[in-house]
Write a protein that binds this ligand. Structure first.
Ligand SMILES: Nc1ncnc2c1ncn2[C@@H]1O[C@H](COP(=O)(O)OS(=O)(=O)O)[C@@H](OP(=O)(O)O)[C@H]1O
Ligand SMILES: [Mg+2]
Ligand SMILES: [Mg+2]
Ligand SMILES: [Mg+2]
Length: 415
């Protein structure tokens, strides 16, 4: 019997060859664990991540994103180390600021690292940073102990991340470290390029060994155009306060007009282009039976009782509401929201006079918008990052596009 042409070895070999050629980049990626992209750049990636590239390497703010990501990564390596031995930091590495809030050697060191990277690469840009070096420059024993520790941990982090020192520089002495911290004194405003830096957001969470984040945003003419958030203690999958699994440490990034992305924070010691990161999206859920709400941990930072009333009006069941509420410190709340693991973020003010600081929300703001969500104050008005170091509005509400207006209606009813 004559063998069918479809079963001939030549035909089968040709089919396999065509399939391989059509998927050459995937095959290379599978065999070598590396992605080969144009311009001869070779990027190591996780072998099983298969997101295909749709984002050009010359997208807007590519260099800004690369430098911001590397600086945040280095600051995250440093702060993660402190967080893993938090008892020592609690004992000898913490100072109480005039407003009674804590600042640690980690906050100072992270601000020095990130500011230095920005100045090296974008010397014309301004920086609004949370910390200053006044306390460290005092002639006291406390200042000397804190400063020595800061120099030591910066050196350690720089050694561990030396592969990208050519891009983010290095700091070798205390004077340069203090000067770098003090680059963050810009008064902000609605003109030009201004970076907003929170070197450790959620310092209280950090000091509890819980969640915190290194948050950096670029504001251009009053609008946030880029945000990078390093979350050293954040598990990849957050289902509830009790159920949290997956890789620990996430890097969340957004570029205006390009999208919002996630990649593991500590997997690689190089910058991962967005094309090789996971694109993240907000949920579309509006069902009271299954929506999840992210809120802070500290009762002094947001009104948990007002938030309870809002959840009531939204129709959350009193028996299950605790399972639908996720309490997290810092801007990791925005990350969990942007990844579609929660649907609403409530931050109802505890005081009539408190004004939120721009570094507490800028990076998270662009992340949520680029993931397809909305952020506003308690009236639903978008936050204005061009008014100086503070937002001139009260509270923060965020949610997916489908649910946002309903939440604002509930907020207005309660207030
Ligand atoms: N009264 C009041 N209201 C609102 N916000 C305040 C208030 N006091 C402080 N802060 C700022 O809260 C920042 C930490 O916010 P969190 O989201 O981590 O708070 S929470 O613990 O999750 O509730 C915290 O940022 P860090 O200092 O970077 O930790 C403060 O800037
Ligand atoms: Mg903060
Ligand atoms: Mg802070
Ligand atoms: Mg602080």
């Amino acid at each position: 019997m004559r063998r069918s042409v479809f079963k001939s070895p030549v035909f089968l070999f040709s089919v396999v060859l065509i399939v391989v050629l059509l998927n050459l980049s995937r095959v290379t990626r599978y065999i070598t664990g590396k992605t080969i992209v144009p311009q001869g750049v070779v990027i190591p990636i996780s072998r099983f991540r298969t997101t295909m590239s749709t984002i050009p390497l010359d997208h807007p703010y590519y260099k800004e994103l690369e430098i911001a990501s590397l600086a945040v990564k280095r600051a995250s390596v440093l702060t993660k180390k402190l967080s893993d031995s938090i008892a020592t930091t609690q004992k000898s590495g913490t100072h109480t600021k005039d407003d009674k809030s804590p600042v640690t050697v980690g906050d100072y060191a992270a601000q020095a690292i990130v500011n230095h990277a920005i100045q090296l690469n974008f010397p014309g840009d301004e920086i609004v940073g949370e910390e200053d070096s006044d306390t460290l420059r005092e002639n006291t024993d406390e200042a000397k102990i804190l400063s020595a520790k800061i120099l030591e941990i910066i050196k350690e982090a720089e050694e561990e991340t030396s592969s990208y020192s050519d891009k983010v520089g290095s700091l070798t002495n205390l004077n340069d470290i203090f000067d770098s911290i003090d680059l963050g004194t810009s008064q902000g405003g609605s003109e030009g390029r201004i970076w907003a830096l929170d070197p450790i957001d959620g310092t209280k969470g950090f000091l509890r060994g819980d969640q915190f984040a290194v948050c950096l945003a670029l504001i251009e003419n009053g609008k946030v155009v880029l945000g990078v958030i390093g979350c050293p203690n954040l598990p990849e999958i957050i289902l509830s306060n009790e159920d949290q699994t997956g890789v620990i440490g996430g890097l969340y990034s957004a570029v205006k007009g390009v999208g919002a992305f996630y990649t593991p924070l500590f997997d690689s010691d190089e910058f991962i282009p967005l094309a090789d990161q996971e694109r993240i999206k907000m949920s579309t859920n509006t069902s009271p039976a299954s929506i999840k709400v992210v809120e802070g941990v500290e009762k002094g930072h947001s009104s948990h009782s007002t938030q309870s009333k809002i959840k009531d009006i939204l129709g959350l069941n009193r028996d299950t509401v605790h399972r639908q509420t996720i309490n997290l410190d810092s801007q990791v709340k925005y990350c969990v929201l942007a990844k579609g693991q929660a649907d609403i973020y409530l931050r109802l003010p505890v005081s009539d006079t408190y004004r939120e600081k721009i570094w507490d929300h800028a990076a998270g703001n662009v992340l949520v918008y680029e993931a397809g969500g909305k952020v506003g104050d308690i009236t639903g008005t978008p936050l204005d990052f061009g008014k100086g170091r503070y937002l001139q509005s009260k509270g923060v509400i965020a949610g997916n596009n489908e649910i946002f207006d309903t939440v604002i209606k509930a907020v207005k009813e309660v207030l």
